[in-house]
Design a protein around this ligand. Structure first.
Ligand SMILES: Cc1cc2nc3c(=O)[nH]c(=O)nc-3n(C[C@H](O)[C@H](O)[C@H](O)COP(=O)(O)OP(=O)(O)OC[C@H]3O[C@@H](n4cnc5c(N)ncnc54)[C@H](O)[C@@H]3O)c2cc1C
Ligand code: FES
Ligand code: FES
Length: 1340
C-alpha cells in the first residue's frame, strides 16, 4: 500500500525569539536564514557563504529530544537548516538575546568591549556560537570555547580579542588558565595580559556584566507539550519539492518504496550543498530525524549501535562516555572516531549532521568512512521487504558517491565495534587547515596481533582522498599479515603502499606527490604509535620489545591545541590629558555594540521596498571565447522572472574601469575570463533570479586562453607600461661581489573574503534620471561616476550612500563598481528598486583578488653577507583588465628592497595580461609581494654564507637619513628601535638556542624562527588621490553631524574621526554622530584605501572644525563659563553659519618614474615581527608557537583600534603566506570558490603566544595628531611565519644532507612544506615529469 500525503500541506509551527510563528506555506527549498531575513525581517543573522563554512548565520535551535528526554540547545547554520526541519523547535537569533535599545546580553557586551568586533559582519554568528555554548554550559572550559568557534570565521580581528573577551566566561579563564606563569600570563606575577606596562587596559573586564543563566528565554511551554505527543506525519509542498516527515519507520520505508529517488535529509549538510551549488534538484525529500529507531543508541555485546540519524555531536558524547567507562583496550576505535570528529567541520555542522548522511553520501574524503571501513563496522539496512546486516568493507562503495544500498533501502543502524587486547587502531586526517576543512588524505589503520606477540594477525588500512571511493590497501595488508612489527615491516610497508596507493598525475584535487607521500608518512606515524604501545603492553607480559627512539617519539604525537595567550603594550595618554579628550585612548569601535546585537545595518539589511526586484548575474564559463549564442527560453519560464539584460540595455556607455575604461559592464561579443559578466536576470525573488540565471544557455567559440604568468611571459602578453627603478650601477656591483646567486619565488594571489559579499541596492527616484545607490563600496565617488557614465546621466543625478561595509580590504575599492552599474542599469530600465547581493561563490569567481607575483632575482654579495648589487624583475598576474595593476606593480617596486640599503639596484616590473578575472587592490597593494621576494634573496644570501640570517638582515639595514632607490630620504627612521624591542620581547636569543636544542632532539618535528622588518610607504602613489573633504554641521541643540570622504569597513575610521572632531571642537564624542558616507555631502572622494584615510580625512575634519571653532570663538570669549550648547545657540541666534566644510591635500608630494625624482610617500610606517613555528615534517602541518610584533604607529589615535589593525592585518598575512591558495584549472576556471575549498585563517591558527607592542615615544609630524597609518603596513609582518617555516624546513633538510638555498613559494601550505622536507618517504613518490600530463590545477 502506498502512503498518501495531504496535498494541501501542513502548517509549520515553531518559535522565534519567544514568539510563535505559524507558516502555512513552508517552502522546502527555503533555508531558515532566508526566512528570518526576508519573512521575519530579522536581519541580525548574516549570510556569509550559504554553505556552512563561515558561521555568520549561526542561530540557536532548541527542542525537546524525546530520545534524550531533555531539552537540547544547539548552534546551527541557518543557511543550511531547512525551514521545514524546524517544526516544534524554538529558534533564538542574535536579536532575541539582547539589544542596545533594551538590555545587552553579556556575550554581546563582552565581544564589543573586548574590541572583538571590527566590521561586525561575523559578530552575530560568533555571539550566537558563544551563547549556545553558555546555554549548555554556563561555565565552559577554554577548550569548550575553542571548540565552539571551529565553525566561525572572522576576516578582520585576527580572533585574539574575541577569545580574550570570551575567556572571561571560562572556569579556567585567565589568559592561559595560569598554565604558563613563567611566560607572561596575567595570572602570574611577571607579565600582563591585555594591558600595558603601566597597567593600562584596552578594556576592563571587571566592568563586564555578569552572566545570569536564570535570565535566558525559556523553552516555550506549548512546544514542550506538543513535542511529547506522538509523532504525526507532516508534509510541505513547495514550488518544486515535496517535503515529507514520516511519523514512523514503517511509514518512512513505505515512502522510500514509493519514492525510491527520494533523499533522506537529516542535517542537510550534503543535500543542501548539492541543491545550492551543484544545481541538483530532489523533488521528494524524506525527513527521518525524529524517528525513534533512527536515533537509537545501544550497547551490544560487540560494540555500540547507533541509529543512522544520530548527529555527530551525539555520537561524540556517547563515545566520550564509553571511553571514560570502558577499559582502554576496548575503545581504540572509539578514540579514533573522536579524533576524527575533533577536526570534522564546525560545531554547527556536527550538531545537525548525521552519521548516516556521512556514510551514505559516500564521499571519497569522508572522515568517518575510513574509520568504519578499517574497523569493519556492521551496517543494518532496512527496506519494506525487511532488514539485512552487512560488514562495511570497500565493496560497500561500488563507485564515486555510490553505495550498495538499493533504491528502496535506508541505512538504519551502524554498530561500531569494541577492540580487543592486542589490537591497535588509529585515524589520521590531513587537511590544508586544521579546523573545519575537508581532508586532503584521511585514513584509519587497524592492526591485531597474535596473542602476546608482535606478529601481525590482521591488518586493515583504509584511505580516503586516494581514489574515487574510500579504499582499503588490501595488497599491502595481505603481504604484511603474519610479519613481525619491525623496521623491516616498515620498509616493506612503505614500498608496498607507494605501489598500491598510486594516483594519476592529473587526478582531481591535485597535490598528487603530497597525497602519495602522506599515505606512507601517516603509516609511519601509525607504526611508531603501535611500536610504542606494543613495547608497553608486551613488556608487561614479559617480552622485551624496543620502544620508539626518543628523537622519533614526537612524530607519533597527535596535534594538541593550546589556548592562546597574549600581551598588548601601548603608550597611555600623558597624565595631564583632559578626560574628555579621547584622542590616544582605547575607546571601543562606535558601532561595536550594535554589531554585536545585530542592530547594525549593512547594505542587504535595508528593508525591502514593496516593488523591489532582485538581480542575478549570468557569467562566462569560458576564459577566452566569442559568444556565439545566448538561449534564454528556459530561463524566462522560471516563475517571477521579469527581465533579461544585456549590453544592449545600457543607455549610456558600456565601457568602464577604475583607471582606464578597458572593461565592459556587460560583455558584448567576447569574454576574456571565466566569471566575465555577460548578462543579468531580474526577478521577483533572489531564488528565482538565481535559478533563471543558471538556466541561461550560452554557446561559445573558444580561443586559447593565457592563464599563468609563465604563459604570459612566453607570449609576451603584458599591459603597458613596464616600470623600472634603478640606482647605482648593478653591473659594477656584480663585479665587486664575492658571490652571485640567482633565484625565483612565486607568491600566490589571495581572495579578499570580506565576510559581507558585494551588495548593491539601486532605487530610481523617478525624476530627472535620479538614482539613489546603497552600496557596499570603498569608493562612493567612483561608483557614482561609473554608474552615471553607464546610465548616460550627469553625476549630479546619482547619489551613492554607504553606511558601513562588512569588510573591504581593497576588494571593494573598484571591483564593486561593475555590479553596482549592472544593478543601476536594471533599476533604471525597470523603474523599480533592484537589489543584488552576490553569493560567496559568485563573489569569488567574479571580483578578482590580490595579484599573484613571480619574482626573479640576481643578487651579488660579499662573504660577510653585505649585499652590493641586486637585479629583480617582478611579473604580476593582472588578469583581463588593467584595473589598478599599474599602481600595484609600482608599489611592489617601491618596496623591492624592504628595509635594506642596496648600493646598486635595479627593479623591473611587468603586468601580465591574462584570461583571469581582473586582479585588484588588496591590503598592502603590491608592497607585501615586493618585500616577500626581498626576504627570499636575503635568506638565500645568509644560507649561502652560512651566517645567521638575522645578522645579515641587520648588516644590510637602512640607517636614518639613507635614501631609498627612489631617492626618498628616510626620516624619523624607527626600524632600529622596533628591531631591538622585538628581539627583546620575543627573547630571540634564548629562543634560537632552545630551537637548536629541540631540533637536535627531534627528527620529525622541527622548529624555526625568523625576525622580519617592514617599511611601508604611506600615500596614494597617484598624486591626485591624496586629498580629502569633510562636512561638519552643528545643530541648534549642540549635536554635531560629521561627514567625511572615508567609508567605514570595520577599520574604525569613523571612530577615529569622531575622536579627532571631539578633540578639535572640545566636546565629548557622544555629541558627535556619523551617519554614513554619501556623495551628496562630500563630493569627489578618494577611495578609502592606501591606509591613508585617517591621515587625509582626519586633516579635513580638523580643517572644518577649526573653521567652526573660529566662528564660535566670539561666543566663547563672551561667555567663558558657558557650555557648548550655550555658544552654539548664541551663534545661531546671531546668524552664524554652523556648517563648515574642510579640505586637505598632502603637501610636497609627487614622483616621476622617468627621472626617478620626487617623493612618492608622505612618510613610512615601520614594524618588526619575530615568529617561531613548529613543523611536522611528515605531514607538512605547522603550528605558530609565538609571534612578537613591534609596530610604529606614531602617537596612536586609538590603541585598541590600532592593535586590532595590527593583529587583523597580521592574521590576513598569515593566510596569504601560509594557508590561502587559489587554485585554477589549466583552462582558467577558479576551482576554490567558497570557504569549503578556500581556507582563510580560523580561530585555531592564531599564534599560541602573541605579543603586540606599539612603539612608544615615536610621534609622526606628518599626520593628524602625530599618528601614523596602520591598515596595511603590519600585513607583511606575517612573512615572519613563512620564513620561520622555511627555517624549520632548512633544519629538516639538513637531516637528509641537503644544505644551501632552496626555493619555497608562497603560501607555505602543508603540501609545499612536506614536499620540501625531502626524506626517504618522499623519494618513494617522485613527481611525474612536467609536461607529460595535464595537471588538475596550475600556479597562476
Ligand atoms: C561546512 C561543512 C563541513 C563539512 N566537513 C566535513 C568533514 O570535515 N568531514 C566529512 O567527512 N564531511 C564533512 N562535511 C560533509 C557532511 O557534513 C557530512 O557528510 C554529514 O555527515 C552529512 O550528514 P547530513 O545529515 O547533514 O546529511 P544530509 O545532507 O541530510 O544527507 C546526505 C545524504 O545521505 C543520505 N542519507 C542520510 N541518511 C540516510 C539513511 N539513514 N539512509 C539512507 N540514506 C541516507 C541522504 O539521502 C543524502 O543523500 C561537511 C559539510 C559541510 C557543509
Ligand atoms: S552563511 Fe551560513 S555558514 Fe556561512
Ligand atoms: S569583524 Fe569579523 S569579519 Fe569583520
Amino acid at each position: 500500500m502506498s502512503q498518501s500525503v495531504d496535498s494541501a500541506g501542513d502548517d509549520l509551527l515553531f518559535y522565534v525569539n519567544g514568539k510563535k510563528v505559524v507558516e502555512k506555506n513552508a517552502e522546502p527549498e527555503m533555508a531558515l536564514l532566508t526566512y528570518l531575513r526576508t519573512k521575519l525581517g530579522l536581519t541580525g543573522t548574516k549570510l556569509g557563504c550559504a554553505e556552512g563554512g563561515c558561521g555568520a548565520c549561526t542561530v540557536m535551535v532548541s527542542r525537546f529530544s524525546s530520545h534524550q528526554d531533555r531539552i537540547i540547545h544547539f548552534a546551527v547554520n541557518a543557511c543550511l537548516a531547512p525551514l521545514c526541519s524546524l517544526h516544534h523547535s524554538a529558534v533564538t537569533t542574535v536579536e532575541g538575546i539582547g539589544s542596545v535599545a533594551s538590555k545587552l546580553h553579556p556575550v554581546q557586551e563582552r565581544i564589543a568591549r573586548a574590541h572583538g568586533s571590527q566590521c561586525g559582519f561575523c559578530t552575530p554568528g560568533i555571539v550566537m556560537s558563544m551563547y549556545a555554548l553558555l546555554r549548555n554550559n554556563p561555565q565552559p572550559s577554554l577548550l569548550d570555547i575553542e571548540e565552539a568557534f571551529q565553525g566561525n570565521l572572522c576576516r578582520c580581528t585576527g580572533y585574539r580579542p574575541i577569545l580574550e573577551g570570551y575567556k572571561t566566561f571560562a572556569k579556567d579563564g585567565g589568559c592561559c588558565g595560569g598554565k604558563r606563569k613563567e611566560n607572561g600570563c596575567c595570572m602570574g606575577a611577571e607579565g600582563q595580559a591585555n594591558h600595558s606596562e603601566g597597567d593600562f587596559l584596552l578594556y576592563n573586564p571587571s566592568e563586564f556584566m555578569p552572566l545570569d543563566p536564570t535570565q535566558e528565554i525559556i523553552f516555550p511551554i506549548e512546544l514542550l507539550g506538543l513535542s511529547k505527543k506522538p509523532l504525526k506525519q507532516l508534509c510541505f509542498q513547495g514550488e518544486r519539492v515535496l517535503w515529507i516527515q514520516p511519523s514512523s519507520l514503517t511509514e518512512l520505508l513505505d515512502f522510500k518504496t514509493q519514492y525510491p529517488e527520494a533523499r533522506l535529509v537529516v542535517g542537510n549538510t550534503e543535500v543542501g550543498i548539492e541543491m545550492k551549488f551543484k544545481n541538483l534538484l530532489y523533488p521528494v525529500i524524506l525527513a527521518p530525524a525524529f524517528i525513534p529507531e533512527l536515533n537509537t543508541v545501544q550497547r551490544t555485546a560487540d560494540g555500540i549501535l547507533f541509529g543512522a540519524a544520530c548527529t555527530l555531536t551525539r555520537l561524540g558524547m556517547v563515545l566520550r562516555d564509553a571511553v571514560q567507562e570502558l577499559p582502554t583496550y576496548q575503545t581504540e576505535v572509539f578514540r579514533a572516531v573522536l579524533e576524527q570528529l575533533r577536526w570534522f567541520a564546525g560545531q554547527q555542522v556536527r550538531n545537525v549532521a548525521a552519521i548516516g548522511g556521512n556514510i551514505v553520501t559516500a564521499s571519497p574524503i569522508s572522515d568517518l568512512n575510513p574509520v568504519f571501513l578499517a574497523a569493519g563496522c556492521k551496517l543494518t539496512l532496512a527496506s519494506k521487504g525487511g532488514k539485512r546486516v552487512i560488514e562495511m568493507d570497500d565493496s560497500f562503495f561500488p563507485g564515486y558517491r555510490k553505495t550498495v544500498l538499493k533504491p528502496d533501502e535506508i541505512l538504519l543502524f551502524i554498530e561500531i565495534p569494541f577492540t580487543k587486547k592486542g589490537q591497535y587502531f588509529s585515524a589520521f586526517k590531513q587537511s590544508q587547515r586544521r579546523e573545519d576543512d575537508i581532508a586532503t588524505v584521511t585514513c584509519a589503520m587497524n592492526v591485531a596481533f597474535e596473542e602476546n606477540t608482535n606478529s601481525v594477525r590482521n591488518l586493515r588500512l583504509s584511505y580516503g582522498g586516494m581514489a574515487p571511493t574510500t579504499v582499503l590497501a588490501k595488497e599491502t595488508c595481505k603481504r604484511l599479515t603474519g610479519r613481525k612489527w619491525s623496521d623491516e615491516l616498515l620498509q616493506d610497508a612503505c614500498s608496498l603502499l607507494a605501489k598500491e596507493m598510486t594516483l594519476d598525475p592529473s587526478a582531481p584535487g591535485g597535490m598528487v606527490t603530497y597525497r602519495r607521500t602522506l599515505t606512507i608518512s601517516l603509516f609511519f606515524k601509525f607504526y611508531l604509535i603501535v611500536q610504542h604501545k606494543l613495547a608497553q603492553d608486551l613488556n608487561v607480559e614479559g617480552f622485551v620489545l624496543e620502544d620508539v627512539r626518543p628523537d622519533y617519539a614526537s612524530a607519533a604525537e597527535l596535534f594538541h591545541s593550546v589556548f592562546p595567550c597574549s600581551t598588548q603594550l601601548f603608550q597611555e595618554v600623558p597624565p595631564g590629558q583632559n578626560k574628555d579628550d579621547v584622542v590616544g585612548r582605547p575607546i571601543m569601535h562606535l558601532s561595536a555594540l550594535k554589531q554585536a546585537t545585530g542592530e547594525a545595518v549593512y547594505c542587504d539589511d535595508i528593508p525591502c521596498y514593496d516593488n523591489e526586484l532582485h538581480l542575478a548575474l549570468v557569467t562566462s564559463t569560458k576564459a577566452h571565447a566569442f559568444i556565439e549564442n545566448i538561449d534564454t527560453k528556459e530561463a524566462m519560464c522560471v516563475p517571477g522572472v521579469v527581465a533579461f539584460l544585456t549590453a544592449k540595455d545600457i543607455p549610456g556607455s558600456n565601457r568602464t574601469g577604475p583607471a582606464v575604461y578597458d572593461e565592459t559592464v556587460l560583455a558584448e561579443d567576447m569574454v576574456t575570463c571565466v566569471g566575465h559578466i555577460i548578462a543579468a536576470i531580474v526577478a521577483d525573488t533572489q531564488a528565482h533570479a538565481q535559478r533563471a540565471a543558471k538556466a541561461v544557455k550560452i554557446t561559445y567559440k573558444e580561443l586559447k586562453p593565457v592563464v599563468t604568468i609563465q604563459e604570459a611571459i612566453s607570449c609576451k602578453s603584458f599591459y603597458q607600461p613596464t616600470r623600472k627603478i634603478e640606482q647605482g650601477n648593478i653591473e659594477e656591483g656584480f663585479k665587486k661581489a664575492d658571490h652571485i646567486l640567482e633565484g625565483e619565488m612565486h607568491i600566490g594571489g589571495q581572495e579578499h573574503f570580506y565576510l559581507e559579499t558585494n551588495c548593491t541596492l539601486a532605487v530610481p527616484r523617478g525624476e530627472d534620471g535620479e538614482m539613489e545607490m546603497f552600496v557596499s563600496t570603498q569608493s562612493t565617488s567612483k561608483t557614482q561616476m561609473l554608474v552615471a557614465k553607464a546610465l548616460g546621466v550627469p553625476a549630479n543625478r546619482i547619489v551613492c550612500r554607504v553606511k558601513r561595509m562588512g569588510g573591504g580590504f581593497g576588494g571593494k575599492e573598484c571591483r564593486s563598481t561593475i555590479l553596482s552599474t549592472v544593478v543601476a542599469v536594471a533599476a533604471q530600465k525597470l523603474k523599480k528598486p533592484v537589489r543584488c547581493m552576490l553569493d560567496r561563490d559568485e563573489d569569488m569567481l567574479v571580483t578578482g583578488g590580490r595579484h599573484p607575483f613571480l619574482g626573479r632575482y640576481k643578487v651579488g654579495f660579499m662573504k660577510t653577507g653585505r649585499i652590493v648589487s641586486l637585479e629583480v624583475t617582478y611579473y604580476s598576474n593582472a588578469g583581463n583588465s588593467a584595473d589598478l595593476s599599474l599602481s600595484i606593480l609600482e608599489r611592489a617596486l617601491f618596496h623591492m628592497e624592504n628595509c635594506y640599503n642596496i648600493p646598486h639596484i635595479r627593479g623591473m616590473g611587468y603586468m601580465c595580461k591574462t584570461n583571469l578575472p581582473s586582479n585588484t587592490a588588496f591590503r598592502g597593494f603590491g608592497g607585501p609581494q615586493g618585500m616577500m621576494v626581498a626576504e627570499s634573496w636575503m635568506g638565500d644570501v645568509a644560507l649561502h654564507c652560512g651566517l645567521p640570517v638575522e645578522q645579515v638582515r641587520r648588516l644590510n639595514m637602512y640607517k636614518q637619513g639613507d635614501r631609498t632607490p627612489f631617492t626618498q630620504r628616510l626620516e624619523q627612521f624607527t626600524i632600529d628601535r622596533c628591531w631591538e624591542e622585538c628581539l627583546s620581547i620575543s627573547q630571540y636569543n634564548q629562543r634560537r638556542k632552545a630551537i637548536e636544542q629541540f631540533n637536535r632532539q627531534h627528527r620529525w618535528k622541527k622548529r624555526g624562527i625568523a625576525v622580519i622588518p617592514t617599511k611601508f610607504g604611506i600615500s596614494f602613489t597617484a598624486l591626485f588621490l591624496n586629498q580629502a573633504g569633510a562636512l561638519v554641521h552643528v545643530y541648534i541643540d549642540g549635536s554635531v553631524l560629521l561627514t567625511h570622504g572615508g567609508t567605514e569597513m570595520g577599520q574604525g575610521l569613523h571612530t577615529k574621526m569622531v575622536q579627532v572632531a571631539s578633540k578639535v571642537l572640545g566636546i565629548p564624542c557622544s555629541k558627535i554622530h556619523i551617519s554614513e558616507t554619501s556623495t551628496s555631502t562630500v563630493p569627489n572622494t578618494s577611495p578609502t584605501a592606501a591606509s591613508a584615510s585617517s591621515d587625509l580625512n582626519g586633516m579635513a575634519i580638523y580643517d572644518a572644525c577649526q573653521t567652526l571653532n573660529q566662528r564660535l570663538q566670539p561666543y566663547k570669549t563672551k561667555n567663558p563659563k558657558g557650555t557648548w550648547e550655550d555658544w552654539v545657540k548664541a551663534a545661531y541666534f546671531d546668524r552664524v553659519n554652523l556648517s563648515a566644510n574642510g579640505f586637505y591635500k598632502t603637501p610636497d608630494m609627487g614622483y616621476d618614474f622617468e627621472t626617478n625624482e620626487g617623493k612618492p610617500f608622505n612618510y613610512f610606517s615601520y614594524g618588526v615581527a619575530c615568529s617561531e613555528v613548529e613543523v611536522d615534517c611528515l605531514t607538512g602541518d605547522h603550528k605558530n608557537l609565538h609571534t612578537s610584533i613591534v609596530m610604529d604607529v606614531g602617537n596612536s589615535l586609538n590603541p585598541a583600534i590600532d592593535i586590532g589593525q595590527v593583529e587583523g592585518a597580521f592574521m590576513q598575512g598569515v593566510g596569504l603566506f601560509t594557508l590561502e591558495e587559489l587554485l585554477y584549472s589549466p583552462e582558467g576556471v577558479l576551482l576554490t570558490r567558497g570557504p569549503g575549498m578556500y581556507k582563510i585563517p580560523a580561530f585555531g591558527d592564531i599564534p599560541t603566544e602573541l605579543n603586540v607592542s606599539l612603539l612608544r615615544d615615536a610621534p609622526n609630524e606628518k599626520a593628524i595628531f602625530s599618528s601614523k597609518a596602520v591598515g596595511e603596513p603590519p600585513l607583511f609582518l606575517a612573512a615572519s611565519v613563512f620564513y620561520a617555516i622555511k627555517d624549520a624546513i632548512t633544519a629538516a633538510r639538513a637531516e637528509s644532507g641537503l644544505r644551501g638555498p632552496f626555493r619555497l613559494d608562497s603560501p607555505a601550505t602543508p603540501e609545499r612544506i612536506r614536499n620540501a622536507c625531502e626524506d626517504s618517504f618522499t623519494k618513494l613518490c617522485p613527481p611525474a615529469e612536467a609536461g607529460t600530463y595535464k595537471p588538475w590545477a596550475v600556479q597562476v
